[in-house]
Ligand binder design. Structure first.
Ligand SMILES: [Mg+2]
Length: 383
């Protein structure tokens, strides 16, 4: 079998689909993207295609190493996202060629169903109680919300009280019937993280995500020593080489690699195993589309330390399209009481609605960008 063609489509809300074709008629799908830089990743995918055309797509390990090493420069969000989507498509082809789901190729299931959680609130975390109530009725009991809006390097007691007050309201409204993670989103400086973690601790969040930016990772063990709240991070780490430094330094209880950013199924499977050796849990990042989610689930279902799966149904980013809009086998993605079953179809388990992808790509070519936030003094704030 030989790879003959790579085609990409940028689609709403902010995703990109990749189709890899072969001379035997089997096609594989991937989702290579970095949110807000889709065109840059798209260019990288097509630059990498020179390593792929004419090659046997079943040699995933060799092709992965070639894409990673052969260009001399490696790593980072753009190159590793391009590799990630290509890797997903190669696994899709291999599974379809052999007639089995990817999790069978990775050794088989370690669990019957995977726990998912749902986002509540938007960029600015107001009015989450109503959202939680609505999603409770749909069966979810685990949620995630943004912890703060813009926060200065040193900020006020009023801002801290506002952030903590919202969390207190959630616990008061639902008691221990629900669990929730709080995403600091890299908006919080190390000094303020110390303040906020201490103030949030009585409300026992399931975890605090990106308590500080990944480039401030040396603070993770210091913050972890100060708080009993499990700390999570990883959506802005792109390879096992990024993660190994975090494992070595300690402090992170839950890693959140993104299957569309961190080298795909191949690399995240390896990262998950490294995490298991450090007693660190896995909760893959996935505010993306159905191919990315399917890739996450392949790793979740073979990783003993996978505890939670993010998924983007109803997420505030999904303007103009929803997770299942581009999927034909929607029933396979049904979430019951917060759990999703292994996708039964061969390969990744997604039947992509290609006509819909092409139409959506042609009709909505605009690029998604995150907002640029500024502090009260006019300086740029972390979003
Ligand atoms: Mg996050």
């Amino acid at each position: 079998m030989k790879i003959t063609k790579l085609t990409t489509w940028r689609v709403p809300p902010r995703w990109m689909f990749l189709k890899i074709e072969t001379d035997e008629g089997i096609v594989g799908w991937g989702e290579p993207v970095i949110e807000g830089r889709a065109r840059t990743v798209e260019a990288a995918v097509h630059e990498l295609s020179g390593y792929l055309i004419g090659q046997d797509p079943r040699n995933i390990n060799d092709l992965w190493q070639m894409m990673y090493r052969a260009g001399f420069y490696r790593g980072g969000p753009i190159l590793m996202s391009a590799i990630a989507g290509i890797d997903q498509a190669l696994w899709d082809i291999k599974g379809k060629a052999l007639g089995v789901p990817v999790y069978e190729l990775l050794g088989g299931l370690v669990r019957e169903k995977m726990k998912t959680y749902s986002w509540v609130g938007g960029d600015r975390p107001a009015d989450v109680i109503a959202d939680i109530r609505r999603l409770r009725e749909a069966g979810f009991d685990t949620f995630k919300l943004n912890g703060t809006e813009e926060l200065g390097l040193l900020d006020s007691a009023a801002k801290v009280d506002d952030a903590v007050g919202r969390i207190a309201e959630i616990r008061a409204a639902f008691g221990n019937e629900i669990e929730f993670g709080i995403d600091f989103h890299g908006r919080v400086s190390a000094p303020m993280a110390r303040v906020l973690l201490r103030a949030l601790e009585p409300y026992r969040p399931l975890f605090v995500e990106e308590p500080v930016l990944p480039e401030q990772a040396e603070h993770y063990p210091l913050l972890a020593a100060q708080t009993a709240i499990p700390l999570a991070a990883g959506e802005r780490m792109y390879s096992r080489y990024d993660f190994k430094r975090v494992f070595a330094a300690g402090g992170i209880a839950i890693i959140q690699p993104d299957l569309s950013h961190a080298g795909g199924i191949s690399e995240c499977f390896r990262i998950a195993a490294m995490a298991e050796a450090h007693d660190v849990a896995l909760a893959p990042h996935c505010p993306l589309g159905p191919v990315a989610l399917a890739a996450c689930l392949q790793v979740d279902f073979v990783s003993h330390n996978a505890v939670l799966q993010e998924q983007s149904m109803g997420i505030h980013y999904n303007k103009d399209a929803e997770l299942l809009d581009y999927v034909k086998n929607r029933d396979d993605f049904r979430i019951e009481d917060g759990f999703i079953r292994p996708l039964p179809k061969p390969g990744l388990g997604v039947e992509v609605d290609e006509e819909r992808v092409i139409a959506a790509s042609a009709a909505h070519a605009q690029d998604w960008r995150n907002p640029v936030w500024r502090h009260a003094d006019g300086s740029v704030a972390e979003w």
